[in-house]
Design a protein. Structure first.
Length: 185
C-alpha cells in the first residue's frame, strides 16, 4: 500500500481499488461500527475488512461535491443534492448524527453515484441534524456564487422555514417539501 492522504484523525493508504484507513482505535472502531450499519442502506464506502487500528474499504474515485457542482449543469447538480438529502434522511430516520454536514466539502464524493465518507464522529441521537446541517451548507457562501452561475435559485427565507418545519416534525411530508423546493430551485 502507498500513502495517499492524511485526515484529522487518520492516514489513508491505497493499493489498487482498496483504501486502508489507519488511526486511533477509538475513532477507527467508531467508524467501523457505523460503516457496518450504514452499508446495509448503501451509505458510505463498502467495508472490506478491519483490525485493531485500521479498516479497509473500496476506493471511491470521483470529485468532491464543490468541484462537481462547479463543473456540471443545473439538473445534474440538483440530482446530486437530492441524493445527498435522501442519504441524510436515512441517517435521520436511523437517529444517527454524522456531523460535518454543514461543511461536507471533503465528505461527499460524486461519480456516477454519490458517496458520503468519514463516519468516525457519528453518534446516536434522538435529534439528528444531517438534513438541517446539509441545508445550512446549501445556503452557505461556498455555494452562493456556484448556484448563481448554475441559475439555481434558493429563496433563503422559504428554505429556512421548510428546514425548521422538518426539524420539528422529522416526517416524510416535511422532508418531501424540501425535495420539492430543490427540484424547483
Amino acid at each position: 500500500m502507498v500513502y495517499f492522504s492524511k485526515g484529522k484523525r487518520g492516514k489513508i493508504f491505497l493499493k489498487n481499488n482498496v483504501t486502508k484507513k489507519v488511526g486511533s482505535s477509538k475513532h477507527i472502531n467508531n467508524e467501523i461500527k457505523w460503516l457496518k450499519i450504514l452499508n446495509k442502506f448503501n451509505i458510505g464506502p463498502k467495508l472490506i475488512s478491519s483490525g485493531k487500528n485500521y479498516f479497509e474499504y473500496h476506493f471511491i474515485k470521483g470529485e468532491f461535491i464543490l468541484d462537481y457542482i462547479g463543473k456540471n449543469d443545473k439538473n445534474k447538480v440538483k440530482k446530486v443534492i437530492i441524493k445527498v438529502l435522501k442519504q441524510c434522511r436515512i441517517l435521520d430516520k436511523l437517529k444517527v448524527n454524522k456531523l460535518e454536514m454543514h461543511h461536507p466539502v471533503k465528505h461527499i464524493i460524486v461519480n456516477s453515484d454519490v458517496f458520503m465518507i468519514d463516519f468516525e464522529r457519528c453518534y446516536s441521537t434522538d435529534k439528528p441534524k444531517n438534513i438541517s446541517q446539509f441545508c445550512q451548507f446549501l445556503m452557505s457562501g461556498n455555494l452562493k456564487n456556484l448556484f448563481k452561475d448554475k441559475k439555481i435559485k434558493i429563496n433563503q427565507k422559504e428554505f429556512i422555514d421548510l428546514v425548521k418545519n422538518y426539524k420539528q416534525k422529522y416526517n416524510e411530508k416535511s422532508f418531501n417539501e424540501i425535495i420539492k423546493f430543490i427540484k424547483k430551485a
